[in-house]
Design a protein around this ligand. Structure first.
Ligand code: AMP
Length: 297
């Protein structure tokens, strides 16, 4: 595995693969890799000839009060994981490499999608994601890009970005990896103390209960579930059923592709989770809840 820090060297290496007509898969991350990230790398390894992973903690997607400085970083451990998973190139650019003029004048915005849900509570977050993804996709020029359904809104927005920029890149949405308790894996789970960790399980249990028992009266269910979570001290920022096409809130289900999604503060840690729910013309409900790590062993 090659560890590359500069765009020039990266492009040169990738062009060698391209000359051989090899399919390039790309997995963008912010590091602190866990099994969720690894599952994206494994999927890229299966589907592509060459796997490029990037680790870049993108300052543009953190708000001024957010955890940019504390965000967990461990390049030694991450590069060992990547090596074990046969990654070909690990791209670890500096801030200067990605933002050469250190000028915040360039903005890419998609307000209809970026100001909803997480965007409402993290103003500017998705603009930062759009900016860095535009840059990374332009630098790597992959055939396929692998991202997690765990960050459902991000996946939907990047899908819109790729289409609107007319990029010929296949975006592959990969299942959410969960701990045996159902908690969605996240680099931020390390912030949770024991008591918070216990409460964090309730987030997934809420999605499970609503999606399996309460879809027919979604408004009542959401109000009831928010109040249950608030009672144990979780601060729910949103719990919504939305249409995956436009992120509009849905109060009555019919045939369609939905996302039941939640963001809650557990102590000072912000956790998100979602289920993708499809309802076909026969009314059959298909729930994509991701994969629990214990079911894979
Ligand atoms: P991050 O390092 O948090 O920016 O995440 C990098 C990529 O990993 C994103 O596409 C995330 O959606 C994905 N990811 C993070 N956590 C998980 C998870 N538990 N399961 C699947 N993918 C994940």
């Amino acid at each position: 595995m090659e560890i590359i820090e500069t765009i020039g060297v990266l492009k040169k290496e990738i062009s060698k693969f391209r000359e051989q007509d090899l399919k390039v898969g790309f997995v963008p991350t912010m590091g602190a890799l866990h099994d969720g990230h690894i599952s994206l790398i494994e999927k890229a390894r299966q589907d592509c000839d060459v796997v490029v992973v990037s680790i870049f903690v993108n300052p543009a997607q953190f708000g001024p009060e957010e955890d940019l400085l504390q965000y967990p970083r461990d390049l030694g451990r991450d590069s060992k994981f990547c090596e074990e998973k046969n990654v070909d190139i690990l791209f670890v650019p500096s801030g200067y490499e990605i933002y050469p003029t250190n000028d915040d004048a360039l903005h890419i915005s998609f307000p209809k999608y970026t100001t909803r849900l997480c965007g409402k509570f993290r103003p500017g977050h998705f603009d930062g994601v759009l900016l860095v993804m535009t840059k990374l996709l332009n630098i790597v020029e992959p055939d396929s890009c692998f991202m997690g359904k765990k960050d459902g809104q991000q996946l939907i927005i990047v899908d819109k970005l790729i289409k609107e920029l007319n990029l010929e890149i296949e975006l592959v949405g990969c299942p959410t990896l969960r701990e045996a308790t159902g908690l969605a894996m996240s680099s931020r789970n390390v912030y949770l103390n024991e008591e918070e960790y216990g409460k964090a399980q309730l987030i997934n249990q809420t999605l499970e209960r609503i999606s399996t028992q309460q879809l027919n009266d979604i408004e009542t269910a959401i109000a009831k579930e928010i109040s249950k979570l608030q009672d144990v001290g979780l601060i729910v920022q949103y719990l919504e059923l939305v249409d995956r096409e436009n992120l509009d809130s849905v109060s009555k289900i019919e045939t369609g592709k939905y996302m039941l999604c939640i963001a809650a503060l557990c102590g000072s840690t912000r956790l998100i989770d979602n289920y993708f729910i499809d309802i076909d013309e026969q009314g059959e409900v298909k729930i994509d809840r991701g994969l629990r790590i214990d079911s894979l062993k």
